[in-house]
Design a protein around this ligand. Structure first.
Ligand SMILES: Cc1cc2nc3c(=O)[nH]c(=O)nc-3n(C[C@H](O)[C@H](O)[C@H](O)COP(=O)(O)OP(=O)(O)OC[C@H]3O[C@@H](n4cnc5c(N)ncnc54)[C@H](O)[C@@H]3O)c2cc1C
Ligand code: FES
Length: 272
């Protein structure tokens, strides 16, 4: 099943904030009243958000944000790391405020018929991008195992990730050395041997992406990766988000993350 076909027309809309709250030490969640946009959003797609603070200031360019929660009857949600001016303005929004959103945009994750088990490897806020995939997989009877990497237990956001999907989570943390690449590799090899996944998915770390790409190639497991790139238009027109991707026959091609991605085949994507 293709979870990623962009629905058209893409809407630019002013919507109302339902909930805005800090999550853990460095993250923030924003939940919006946009039932129709939520119903046609797919895991792995994103919205381009106009980040205005209370005084109407904020950066000129919109900021791309993965869909964290979506679906029929589910309020549209985003979960983000408060980094700079744009995300700080978003975090300053309160229930009842208006927010201009553009989307849903891009191509999301694909779940193939017949898959019974997937494995997700996510780091930091990459888990926000992969969270809705757990819900979509569970709805199709696909079991989800996830290796979540974070600095500390306080940053893990396991509940925000699993969203009631029943995903089995293996935390790996910087604070106890569990996120060391050699230990993550050993854990992945053990999970592949115990319950070989039909596909693997990743987002949030170049290092983990390269590790999963190598192991998946070695074991013949297909995979997908959600890439991040700074964006201008978000609509495929400005070409500021171009990344090199291995095309047919291994030739390197330049593709737009906002239009041909942000989700790409794991073996086609290239390190950054
Ligand atoms: C498709 C897509 C989905 C994303 N989904 C999420 C998400 O779900 N949650 C989340 O926290 N973040 C997500 N991001 C990253 C998010 O867009 C940036 O963190 C945000 O634009 C930073 O804006 P700012 O104004 O707060 O910070 P800025 O002041 O613009 O930047 C602060 C720092 O973040 C870096 N940065 C800015 N934009 C990006 C980017 N696009 N990718 C990587 N680094 C960037 C800058 O180089 C700088 O170091 C996503 C990015 C893309 C392309
Ligand atoms: S951001 Fe403009 S083409 Fe991708």
């Amino acid at each position: 099943m293709d979870l990623g076909a962009a629905a058209f027309p893409v809407a630019e809309r002013s919507v109302t904030v339902l909930d805005s709250a800090p999550v853990g030490r460095r993250y923030h969640r924003l939940v919006l009243d946009a039932p129709d946009l939520s119903a046609r959003s797919r895991p792995g797609q994103f919205f381009h958000l106009l980040c205005r603070d209370g005084a109407g200031g904020g950066p000129y360019l919109r900021r791309p944000m993965s869909i964290w929660r979506c679906g029929a009857g589910v309020p549209l949600g985003f979960l983000f790391h408060v980094k700079g001016r744009g995300t700080a303005a978003l975090a300053g929004l309160r229930a009842g405020d208006a927010l201009s959103v553009l989307g849903p945009l891009g191509r999301g994750f694909r779940l193939e018929p017949g898959w019974r088990r997937i494995l997700i490897l996510a780091r930091g806020v990459g888990l926000a991008t992969l969270a809705p995939l757990t819900v979509a997989a569970a709805a199709q009877g696909i079991a989800v195992e996830a290796v979540l990497s974070a600095r500390a237990a306080a940053d893990l956001m396991a509940e925000e990730f699993a969203g009631g999907s029943g995903a089995v989570i293996h935390p790996v943390l910087d604070e106890d050395g569990g996120s060391d690449p050699a230990r993550v590799e050993a854990l992945l090899r053990a999970r592949f041997a115990a319950a070989r996944p039909d596909a693997v998915f990743t987002c949030g770390s170049n290092r983990l992406f390269l590790l999963l790409q190598r192991l998946a190639a070695e074991c013949g497991i297909p995979g997908q990766v959600a890439l991040e790139q700074q964006m201008g238009c978000g609509l495929g027109m400005c070409f500021c988000c171009v990344r090199q991707i291995r095309g047919e026959g291994g030739a390197v091609v330049n593709l737009r993350v906002c239009a041909e991605g942000p989700v790409f085949d794991l073996q086609a994507a290239m390190a950054w």
